[in-house]
Every structure is written in C-alpha cells, then in structure tokens.
Design a protein around this ligand. Structure first.
Ligand code: FAD
Ligand code: SF4
Length: 463
C-alpha cells in the first residue's frame, strides 16, 4: 500500500498508509483463489467471510463487501488498519505456501472506507426491543462488539464508559497516524444508530457498582470489558521525577486530550527534545513515533534484549526506524537522574547480555557487571506493559480474579458471578483488538442463549 514518505510523515499526524486505489484492489482481489474450504477464515477470531467479501470487491461492489464484513465484524475500518493479520487470517492464507498471502487487511480497509464514502447514510430500522436490558462496562472493542451484537438481537444496551470519549484503546492509545479517531467514531455511530446508548464519564465501581446495575437499576445481565490499563513501573530511583511518563499517560494526553492538534488544543504535555522510550513493544513504537511528531529532535528507544527479541510487529519497528527513531539495544535502566527543579535529565543504564531462554521463551537479559551507559534526556516514556486495574473487581463481591487480578471467565465469558460475563484484555491480559472483539461476540451469543431460556441456571464453563 502506498505510504507517506518517512521524512514527511514524521512531521505530521496524518495517516501513514494512503489506502488502495480501485486498480490495486482489483489486482489484489484477483489473487484470491476463492478456496472452497478457505483456510483464512478460521484464522479470523470473528469469522469474517473473507473470500465472499473479496469476490464482491472483484465485482466492484464495495458497499456490499462492507455489508458482508459487518455481519460479523462491527469495526471493519478499524480492523483493516490495526489487526495483526500477519499472525491471523493472512498467515493462514493458502497462497503463503508459494509466496505472499492475499493482503486481506488492506482489502478490508478499502471496502469499509469506500462504502462509508459512497453510502448516503441511511437510518436503518432499529430491531424491535425484546424487553431485556444489558449493561456493558467499557467501550473498547470487546464492549462495543458485545453491545452491537446484543442490540441487533433486540436488547436495550447501555454502555458505561469511564472516559469522556468512547472507543477504549482505539481512541486513547493507538495514535492518530495509525488509526484516525474519525474512523473509530464513524464505526461507533453505526452502533448508536442501532440503539446502543453510551453513558460517558461513568466509572463502574465508583459512580455506582456492578451490583447496583444488576439490582436497583434493573439490568438483566452485564458484560465487563474494562481492559487492562494499569501501567507497570521499573521501580528504580528517580521514576517519580518530572518528565517521566508512562506510555499510557503520554499517549492519552497526546490522543484523547488532543495534544496532536496543537495549537487548536493547548494540552499540558511535555514535548521533549531528547526523548528516551523504555521498552520494545508496539506501544513503545507508538510512543516513540508520537514524540517525533510532537517535535522531538532525537528519540531513543532503549530495550534490554536484542533486535531478534523485539516484541513489536516488524512493520511497526520498520516504520519507526524509517522515521528516525534510534534503537539502543541490550541496555537496561537502573536510575533516572534529575536537575535542581526535579525534572529528569539523564537515564543511567547497565549494558546487558543474553542468557538462556526464560519462561517467555526469549533469552533472558542479564546485566554486564560494572558497565554503565548514560543518555541525556528531558522526557522519558515508560512502556513496560500494563496489568488489570482492580477498581471494578474489588468493588464486586463474588467476581473471581486470578493471581494477576484478571477476571476468571470461561470459554463464552461467563464469570463466577451470576449474570456477569467478561471478555477482552481484562480476562486475557493485553492482547489484540480482534481477540477482544471475538470475546465480545462469544459473550453476546451466550448472554442471548441464557436470557432466552426461562429455566436457565447459572453454570460457569471451565476457566
Ligand atoms: P480497552 O480497549 O482497554 O477498553 C476498555 C474500556 O473500558 C476503556 O475505554 C476504559 O476507559 C473503560 N473502563 C475501564 N474501567 C472502567 C470502569 N470501571 N467503568 C467504566 N469504564 C471503564 N491491538 C491490535 O490488535 N493492534 C494494534 O495495532 C494495537 N495497538 C495498540 C497500541 C496501544 C498504544 C495499546 C495500549 C494497545 C494496542 N493494541 C493493539 C491492543 C488493543 O488495543 C487491546 O488489546 C484492546 O483495545 C483491548 O480491548 P478491550 O475492549 O478489552 O479494552
Ligand atoms: Fe483467498 Fe487465501 Fe482465503 Fe483462499 S485462503 S480464500 S486464497 S484469502
């Protein structure tokens, strides 16, 4: 897919890939063999009819192609942009036996975007209500998918969201240049058209509790999709200095508080001239590339293992490098030093070497005794991963969690608490958009099955 040139895009927040032309779509669609037993479909956690929508694109019917995708995926323009297709549908495409797979994600993006452009927004008839009410906690991909599927089945669904904007990580985490917020809101508005109500600035566990929703507020069932947004820290000296952010806070200020639209929005955020990002995952790449766009002269990514172990997608690493992010490998921070104003000015690291593989299967980094390397900086962004926030679970008696505070749920999302389902990152730990959506779908089907039977008893499936 054509892209903005690296030097140009590092100075703006516009989307990096420019999208397919019709000519490219026809060429790429014609590579699909229209397999009778398509191996790509089981690779998709929401079972999109991949050969079906590609055939419609080949017939120059993008609106129909998008309709077909939306039968099982309510966020096709989002997924076409951010799904790791290389480990899902595309890796399973039969063409990989001889060469590159069909670019399923790029085609999905084209179908969704073109349909949105061509379609005059028609108000679809809302499904007749069946009299039952569902509370969905969290408006990330898990919650939105569950809400949409249940609304289509006639449930009155209310989504409760802690933030002032819906979308979860799609809006506060993933930067504008990878996923424009307009696209997320466009897909969310299709859900509100279906009748899904979204209550913002509503923290379940603080504004009210899950038991309030299921009791006095009269909801018949609840789905919990609150994500895993509690940042992890290094616990080393100097971590509380000014100018040390977690990636969560930094990206939220940049995205949700719209620092990327300066001077229209004068968001309080430290921009930094010499920025150190600690970590090597996709979130670290997003933070590093955001820092460049917010005006940093130098962005250094400090990672304690070698290049081979970088957890980020190859495409993200490549994009970051092309834009000028420097990779400093095999270094582990031991201390942050500050100036007289309490602002960070230096990251002190030890050099590392790799030993035997650890539990994650990656070679364990161990410090080289006596080594020391320093990086002058005025902004540090910690991107070390996240864990479960205990606010909702701690205020919900009977909702079992595991030792990492993630909710224990069975195959279809049933939890230990009657009439409560859960899915997405709050069950699996940090994962992907499409896996969260898949969990939302399964839970919606099971909620419908449970509430449709008058004699249904609560049995939790294996966790
Ligand atoms: P979330 O998206 O985290 O949504 C949970 C929502 O619940 C949030 O809006 C939160 O405010 C709300 N909430 C929390 N607690 C409460 C409460 N008590 N009451 C009410 N509301 C509450 N995945 C990909 O597939 N591709 C990518 O490119 C990708 N990039 C990423 C980049 C970043 C920076 C990050 C952080 C993650 C990325 N991921 C990516 C991972 C992906 O975004 C998550 O796996 C996915 O969003 C999880 O969805 P979810 O619905 O479980 O939770
Ligand atoms: Fe087309 Fe590949 Fe799916 Fe076969 S496996 S239907 S070639 S996308």
């Amino acid at each position: 897919m054509p892209e903005q040139a690296p030097r140009v895009r590092a100075g703006n927040f516009d989307e990096v890939p420019l999208g397919y032309t019709e000519e490219l779509v026809l060429r790429e669609s014609s590579r699909c063999l229209q397999c009778k037993k398509p191996t790509c479909v089981p690779g998709c956690p929401v079972s999109v009819d991949i050969p079906g929508f590609i055939r419609l694109l080949l017939e120059k019917k993008p609106v129909e192609a998008a309709e077909l995708i939306k039968r099982t995926n309510c966020l096709p323009a989002v997924c076409g942009r951010v799904c790791p297709q290389e480990v899902q549908c595309e890796v399973a495409c039969i063409l990989t036996r001889k060469g590159p797979p069909v670019a399923i994600g790029h085609l999905e993006r084209y179908a969704a975007d073109t349909a949105a452009r061509l379609e005059t927004r028609k108000q679809r008839p809302r499904p007749a209500l069946n009299g039952k009410r569902i509370a969905v906690v969290g408006s990330g991909p898990a919650g939105l998918t569950c809400a949409g599927d249940l609304a289509k089945l006639g449930y009155a669904v209310t989504v409760f969201e802690a933030f002032h904007q819906p979308g979860g990580v799609l809006v506060y985490g993933i930067p504008e240049f990878r996923l424009p917020k307009e696209i997320v809101w466009r897909e969310i508005s299709e859900l509100t058209d279906l009748g899904v109500e979204i209550q913002l600035n509503h923290i379940v566990g603080r504004t009210d509790t899950l038991d309030d929703l299921l009791g006095p507020k009269g909801f018949d069932a609840a789905f919990v999709g609150v994500g895993a947004g509690l940042p992890l820290f290094l616990n080393i000296p100097g971590e509380s200095l000014g100018g040390v952010y977690t990636a969560n806070e930094y990206l939220t200020r940049a995205n949700l508080m719209r620092a990327y639209r300066f001077p229209e929005y004068d968001t309080p955020i430290i921009r930094g001239e010499s920025v150190c990002v600690i970590g090597g995952g996709n979130v670290a790449m997003d933070a590093a590339r955001t820092a460049l766009r917010l005006g940093a002269k130098k962005v250094m990514l400090l990672y304690r293992r070698s290049r081979a172990e970088l957890p980020a997608r190859a495409e993200e690493t490549h994009h970051a490098e092309e834009e000028g992010v420097e990779f400093h490998l095999l270094v582990g921070p031991v201390e942050f030093l500050g100036d007289e104003r309490g602002m960070v000015r230096e990251v002190v690291c030890q050099e590392m070497q790799l030993g035997e593989p650890d539990a994650s299967g990656r070679r364990r980094p161990t410090p080289i005794p006596g080594s020391r390397v320093t990086y002058p900086t005025d902004l540090v962004i910690l991107s070390l991963g996240t864990s479960a926030h205990p606010l909702l679970t701690a205020s919900t008696p009977g909702l079992n969690v595991n030792k990492w505070q993630y909710i224990q749920a069975g195959e279809t999302g049933r939890t230990s608490k009657e009439r409560v389902w859960a899915g997405g990152d709050i069950v699996t730990g940090s994962a992907t958009v499409i896996l969260a959506m898949g969990a939302g779908r399964k839970a919606a089907q099971d909620i419908h099955e449970f509430l449709s039977k008058s004699d249904a008893s609560w049995t939790r499936t294996a966790s």
